[in-house]
Design a protein. Structure first.
Length: 144
């Protein structure tokens, strides 16, 4: 598997404005490839604990209510500082992408099949010692 495309994805996450295109790139090159899933390892608890409140906050903003996260299945691509995975919530299915070195990521939230909508958000998160993370959300939120 050519993981060089992860660098392309990282650049897209940082600057591209077409969030749908970023997610299509991820699924075309990685997300739908069994060999990509095979190289991932379960992420450590610290990273899950770091990202989970960010996901909750983004989902709360999108759903305009408190959101319960039921199951977060975060994976890491070893040696690349790239984390990804689905999360089940009471607002729908969430998928997260996160690059540790640039501290940026994206979230997609699909509230349900019947709605046909997918909400996207990009975020930057800065760790704060002993307090988790502070999310700095960009102005770029889209729903399609």
């Amino acid at each position: 598997m050519n993981l060089q495309k992860l660098e392309d994805l990282k650049a897209m996450v940082q600057i591209d404005e077409d969030f749908g295109a970023i997610w299509r790139f991820f699924f075309d090159h990685f997300g739908e490839k069994p060999e990509f899933a095979a190289i991932g390892n379960p992420a450590n608890d610290a990273m899950q604990s770091y990202l989970e409140p960010i996901l909750e906050d983004i989902c709360k903003r999108i759903a305009n209510r408190e959101v319960l996260i039921a199951k977060f299945m975060l994976s890491e691509v070893p040696g690349h500082g790239f984390f990804h995975g689905p999360c089940l919530t009471d607002a729908g299915i969430v998928v997260v992408l996160y690059f540790e070195d640039v501290r940026m990521g994206m979230v997609s939230l699909a509230p349900g099949i019947e709605s046909g909508l997918v909400h996207y958000a990009r975020f930057t998160a800065l760790p704060i010692e002993k307090k988790g993370a502070v999310m700095i959300q960009s102005r770029n939120e889209t729903s399609h």
